[in-house]
Ligand binder design. Structure first.
Ligand code: ADP
Ligand code: MG
Length: 696
């Protein structure tokens, strides 16, 4: 391990490096752009570009790239070298301000949902100076936004930045009532990334894992997670070596990787960085995911980032810890006496209102074919959005709604009954692991996002919905005259909390009663992606995005199309892989085994005609019955798949996949999994769950 403080951020063109290397005037003007969102002029960009290039070359870089996030959600890059030939057979290195600020990749092969006509393939990337440039694999990476020739956003970052700007404006209007405006208000995010590590040898033998990222077949392992021994358990040496290399690499990139541990499921792990500005936090998360995949291969491992790589075993999420900050103050910090903290109560009320009002939109942002297997299963939150506040805030909200007096719960000192251990104060909120949107002390934790998702979408919606609530509050307060602010604010809080209290739920989100209760409350429960997506193009959503210039109607519609298309395409691939594996691997394997069993029966009969072979014959009959069932399920899936592919309307196609094809996939899977349990191990053509999840 290297010297932690020395390597940290060494590959990042961060504030420290800028201050050290840029001329003072350039540094000041760039800082203004970063902090206050002021436009950058070309002269400044030219200086920055030159200094950035010199720095990058010193660090071994040979190329630069505009690093961006097209609608596929993963990052894209095209490398250009710094070399410029001089005409006399030699070359110099050059990097201009224009090359830093703007790029022009061919946009035609990125998803656009119909936004980009094929004849106009040009797209532009534009430097996002609010996220630092960094060096990765000898390439200077410049975080950029990506838009079409006509100016529509074609990426995940642009709307996020627009939503950050909206929330800054509205939060400042609210802060002005407290005499605290004039700050750049940002939202902060800390993302907890879960993932699986399995052996590369096992992975390579499974087409489903290679092509779809998850196992489409596999009987439950003999042992699952019931012993609860993996969570926080000692980390096996191979994994530990991987984690150390990962930490080192991330620290160099200025990603403050903080916590690492084994997760609940066997072979599952988690990494959490220290939170930062949402925009940067998302770039960092994408870098982390990329590094995880790459570095796992150095250790004979493969990193699975799918939401549900193994059926019946916990899936992987990416908890989105979210708050608002003025740079100095966390606006969701209740302080010692939250009931007296009016500013906190206003922001809290706005969160509650916005999450209730736009619950469907928020749920939509985490909808994907992969996450459909996770929401509602085992450990993850159900597909219903609700907010957990905990005892103290819950009691405060009740008191505000009912106009009753609030009695602060005294912090209780915990005495562990052992003298050598310190006594400590008990937190007033216990943890609730079943809530999809939980208050955790001074931030909200949105737990629905799946492990593979780009967090831009959910943060864009959170920020925009919150901007709307803050705006409504500020508008209402503008109408109340000065002296009455406090009374008017409390009245507004009382009314808003009363209107939205249905979203608050402190109970067990995994219980069977909750969906019934939630339905009574009128909360949405969209179980599949096909069900969740249509709300994106509702008038209410289009109006919201339009009001804050986050997404235009065409941008919304194109994104909806991209999401639908991706969902159906992924399922199409999964079905193709399933059918191929059944036809070419599973059926032949079971047939071979059945035929050997049959041979054995004949041989035994020839040698000893009175032998009782009822067990062997029973097994043979079971194998043949299983083969028939699997063939039947395969034909059925094939028919439905063809029907799905013939549907032209994208929403109807997605609906058909969700309601008809997915159940047929599940049926085929269970037929094959049943055969796995009765087929002799050496005949089985792929590694099993036992093999993959419990390696050394
Ligand atoms: P948990 O109980 O979920 O393990 P932690 O305290 O470890 O909680 O924090 C989880 C994540 O939340 C970390 O990434 C942390 O940096 C992040 N976090 C903490 N405070 C904030 C905040 N104010 N805004 C956003 N994220 C935060
Ligand atoms: Mg957490």
């Amino acid at each position: 391990m290297s010297n932690l403080t020395e390597i940290y951020g060494s590959m990042v063109f961060n504030d420290h490096t800028m201050r050290e290397r840029l001329p003072t005037a350039t540094y000041k003007s760039l800082s203004r752009t970063i902090k206050d969102g002021k436009p950058l002029d070309l002269d400044v960009a030219n200086v920055v570009a030159h200094v950035m290039k010199e720095w990058a070359i010193e660090k071994g870089a040979t190329h630069f790239t505009h690093w961006f996030q097209p609608l596929s959600g993963i990052t894209s890059e095209k490398h250009d070298s710094f070399l410029t030939p001089t005409g006399d057979g030699r070359a110099i290195t050059a990097f201009s301000g224009k090359e830093l600020i703007q790029g022009e990749p061919d946009a035609s092969s990125f998803p656009s949902g119909g936004l980009r006509a094929t004849f106009e393939a040009r797209g532009y990337t534009a430097w996002d100076p609010t996220s630092y440039a960094f060096i990765k694999d000898e390439v200077l990476c410049i975080p950029t936004a990506f838009c079409s020739y006509t100016g529509e956003a074609l990426d995940k970052k642009t709307p996020l930045l627009r939503s950050m700007s909206a929330i800054n404006e509205q939060a400042n209007r609210v802060l002005a009532f407290f005499g605290e405006d004039g700050h750049r208000v940002i939202t902060t995010v800390g993302s907890e990334q879960e993932y699986f590590l399995i052996s590369k040898n096992d992975y390579k033998q499974r087409q489903d894992l290679v092509l779809t990222g998850r196992t489409l077949f596999g009987a439950a392992p003999c042992k699952g997670q019931e012993l609860e021994e993996h969570y926080f358990g000692a980390i096996r040496p191979t994994v530990s070596a991987f984690m150390k290399e990962l930490d080192d690499e991330l620290w160099k990139l200025g990603v403050a990787a903080k916590t690492k541990h084994n997760e609940v499921a066997p072979a599952q792990h988690e990494l959490a960085p220290i939170f930062t500005n949402t925009n940067r936090a998302i770039d960092e998360n994408l870098l982390t995911m990329e590094k995880m995949k790459l570095l796992a291969s150095h250790h004979g491992l493969v990193c699975l980032q799918h939401e549900k790589p193994f059926e019946g075993i916990n899936g992987s999420g990416k908890h989105n810890n979210w708050s608002l900050s003025t740079g100095k103050t966390n606006l969701l910090d209740p302080g010692e006496t939250p009931m007296q903290n009016l500013r906190f109560l206003v922001f809290l009320t706005c969160v509650i209102e916005s999450v209730d009002e736009y619950q469907e939109l928020l749920r939509m942002t985490v909808a994907s074919a992969g996450n459909d297997h996770r929401l509602g299963a085992n450990e993850a939150p159900p597909a219903i959005i609700s907010i957990f506040l905990g005892d103290e805030l819950g009691a405060i909200v009740d008191a505000l709604i009912n106009g009753t007096e609030y009695k602060s719960a005294e912090k209780v000192s915990m005495d562990l009954g052992v003298d050598v251990l310190p006594n400590f104060l008990k937190d007033n909120t216990d943890r609730n692991r079943t809530s999809p949107f939980a208050f955790t002390g001074n931030k909200f934790e949105f737990r629905m996002p799946g492990s593979s998702v780009n967090l831009s979408d959910c943060n864009t919606v959170l920020n925009t919905a919150m901007s709307k609530s803050l705006k409504d509050f500020a508008d209402a307060m503008d109408d109340a005259s000065d002296g009455e602010f406090e009374a008017a604010a409390l009245k507004y809080i009382k009314k808003t909390l009363t209107d939205h209290q249905r979203i608050i739920f402190n109970g067990n989100g995994y219980s069977d009663e909750w969906p019934v209760e939630a339905e009574k409350r009128g909360l949405a429960n969209h179980r599949t992606t096909a069900d969740a997506l249509p709300c994106f193009v509702d008038k209410k959503s289009i109006d919201l995005f339009g009001e804050f210039d986050v997404l235009s109607e065409v941008e919304v519609r194109s994104r909806y199309e991209v999401k639908l298309d991706k969902y159906s395409k992924l399922l199409n691939i999964e079905v193709n892989v399933m059918e191929r594996m059944v036809r070419r691997q599973y059926l032949p394997a079971v047939n071979a085994y059945a035929s050997d069993v049959a041979d054995g029966i004949s041989k035994i009969k020839a040698a000893c005609c009175s032998a009782d072979q009822s067990d062997q014959e029973g097994l043979l009959a079971e194998l043949i019955k299983g083969l028939q069932a699997a063939s039947h399920d395969l034909k059925n899936l094939d028919t439905l798949h063809a029907k799905a592919e013939a549907i032209e309307d994208n929403q109807k196609q997605a609906d058909f996949y969700a309601n008809e094809v997915v159940p047929a996939m599940e049926a085929l899977r269970s037929s094959i999994d049943a055969l796995e349990c009765i087929t002799e191990h050496s005949y089985w053509p792929v590694p099993t769950y036992n093999d993959m999840l419990f390696y050394v």
